[in-house]
Design a protein around this ligand. Structure first.
Ligand code: SF4
Ligand code: SF4
Length: 433
């Protein structure tokens, strides 16, 4: 294995060259969620690209006003998906944030919006970037939930004064236990889950960071379905976070370090593919050098084309399932159709798209924490669409979107269940939960 294409080229020259490819046609503007809200050119893709170009060429200063418009970008890449000139907006925004991070230490203290909090940096580097530490806290989080303390905390509103903690706690779903053939108190996932029946392939499963705690059900479901279809699942224990949060936050050094660690973890396993269950991680992995030596595929895409369906039984589910299309799946992986095809395997289910699927839900990594007002406008639209859909379930393929929407539905007293399409499928295939 060669560790090629690292480091990423986010030099001013590279950013300027890409920004200059924008012909300012404005076709992306109606697709941009932030432009739709503020109607300000500076909050549009075209306006942001002009600002980036101005700063990279030192024609305008990198100040708090510049940071405000860059920070408001969701990195949803809806603009990139419709750009006739194929301007690589994702590369531009990541590069610009890296440039801002590099410059932030030299900025005057009043430019507070450009300074990352120490706590945030600590969490991203010492917790998210080292996800085995999340495995270690799982028993404590489960105790917090099963002892009734969580219900008390939520009822008391005690976290209300600490907005950061309250926002995180509000999103915390019930935390499950990694599946294991022999041990009901498994600390993490096994290195190998052998296929049931005849072997059709050897694949790797990417766990992610937050998903290890907040989306155990989906990871277990992916293993269950893949095993039943005849695929042996490898879960290398040295894999780590995909680095998306770090890269989108301007911490390129950590993102590159994580990419190298993942390449080492999956190397030499002789896999047909690496499966990602969260489309946000899937984008980061497919755009990393990892994808050049092992194909990274979203779970719904892989399962749609997988063999072995004639050997499994799927129970009917006579309910409506509304499908949310995460920006990462729709705009970058171009795989929005796959979850529909997968859910169509469930007899009796009525599958409908959630209206407004062309707009971001506002979760966008840590956007809901950084830009809560903008995120709320976008979230309110999703909740209204969900109410209108009459859906019993809301299926989404990205953990960040799922937590964001589930939290709002829970607070509104809704009984709608938010879950990954593969979790629903696994249940109907008889997976015990
Ligand atoms: S669609 Fe592309 S070329 Fe046109 S303004 Fe937007 S980014 Fe620039
Ligand atoms: S990434 Fe999304 S929010 Fe940012 S400029 Fe493009 S469309 Fe707008």
């Amino acid at each position: 294995m060669k560790l090629t294409n690292l480091p990423l080229d986010f030099s001013s020259a590279s950013l300027l060259a890409e920004a200059n490819r924008c012909v300012a046609c404005g076709l992306c503007l109606p697709h941009c969620p932030t432009y739709r809200i503020t109607l300000s050119e500076a909050d549009s893709p075209r306006g942001r690209i002009a600002l980036m170009s101005g700063v990279a060429s030192e024609r305008i200063p990198m100040n708090a006003r510049f940071a405000l418009h860059i920070d408001r970008c969701l990195t949803c890449r809806a603009c990139e998906a419709v750009c006739p000139n194929h301007v690589a907006y994702g590369h531009l925004i990541d590069g610009t944030r890296a440039m801002m991070t590099e410059a932030s230490s030299a900025l005057p203290k009043r430019d507070v919006t450009m300074q990352k909090s120490r706590l945030r940096t600590l969490v991203e580097r010492e917790f998210i970037a080292k996800p085995t530490r999340l495995d270690a806290v799982r028993p404590l989080v489960r105790l917090y939930q099963t002892s009734g303390l969580q219900a008390l905390v939520r009822k008391s509103g005690i976290l209300g004064k600490t907005k950061f903690a309250a926002a995180l706690e509000a999103q915390l779903p019930f935390v499950g236990i990694p599946c294991s053939a022999s041990n009901k108190t498994a600390k993490s996932w096994q290195a190998i889950y052998p296929a049931t029946g005849s072997l059709r392939g050897e694949i790797g499963l990417f766990l992610g960071c937050v998903a290890r705690l907040a989306d155990v059900a989906t990871l277990n479901a992916a293993i269950f379905v893949l095993n039943r279809l005849g695929y042996t699942v490898h879960v290398p224990p040295t894999q780590t976070c995909c680095g998306a949060l770090h890269q989108h936050g301007g911490d390129i050094t950590t993102a590159e370090h994580l990419a190298r660690q993942n390449m080492t973890a999956f190397d030499r396993l002789n896999l047909h593919a690496i499966i990602s269950t969260a489309s946000g991680c899937g984008v980061q992995l497919t755009e990393s050098p990892l994808n050049s030596f092992i194909k990274v595929i979203d779970i719904s895409d892989f399962l749609e084309k997988a063999e072995g369906w004639n050997d499994v039984r799927i129970s009917p589910l006579p309910y409506k399932i509304a499908v949310h299309e995460p920006c990462s799946l729709r705009n970058v992986l171009h795989g929005a159709a796959h979850p529909y095809a997968l859910l169509a395997r469930i007899p009796g289910a009525s599958i409908v798209p959630l209206s407004g699927n062309d707009q971001c839900c506002g979760a966008a990594g840590t956007y809901f924490l950084d830009q809560p007002e903008m995120a709320k406008v976008l979230l309110d639209d999703k909740i209204a669409a969900m109410d209108k859909s009459g859906g019993h379930y809301l299926a989404t393929s990205n953990i960040g979107c799922a937590l964001h929407m589930a939290s709002a539905l829970r607070q509104a007293g809704s009984k709608i269940e938010v879950l990954h399409p593969v979790t629903l499928l696994a249940r109907q295939m008889g997976m015990p939960f």
